[in-house]
Design a binder for this molecule. Sequence first.
Ligand SMILES: [Zn+2]
Length: 113
Amino acid sequence: MPDFIIKMKPMIVDYFSKESLLVFIMMLLLLVFILLVLVYVLRKTDMVLKYGIFWDKNNNPHCPSCKIPLNIYGEYTIGNGFYCESCKAVYPMADRGFEFSVSKARKIMNKMK
Ligand SMILES: [Zn+2]
């Protein structure tokens, strides 16, 4: 074999076996997968904070603290609001001190779209 062809052989082959290179590639693929999962988990939420409550794109209320869906709306000692079972807290739905109903909030949110 001519001398220059031997010199063109990639140097990485001299230092690492095919098996260790394969392991290295698999580790890189695993790292990429972990990064993709992280990006998916940490992606920006598309919920809107309005009237002290998070609203998803279908105008369903979510807890402003833990972001789970809220269902129980009612009258509490601090006023009307949503009760989060996870946080054990009431989140009043109000805008500049004025309380209003869920349906009115939804109507306003729909107009904003
Ligand atoms: Zn909560």
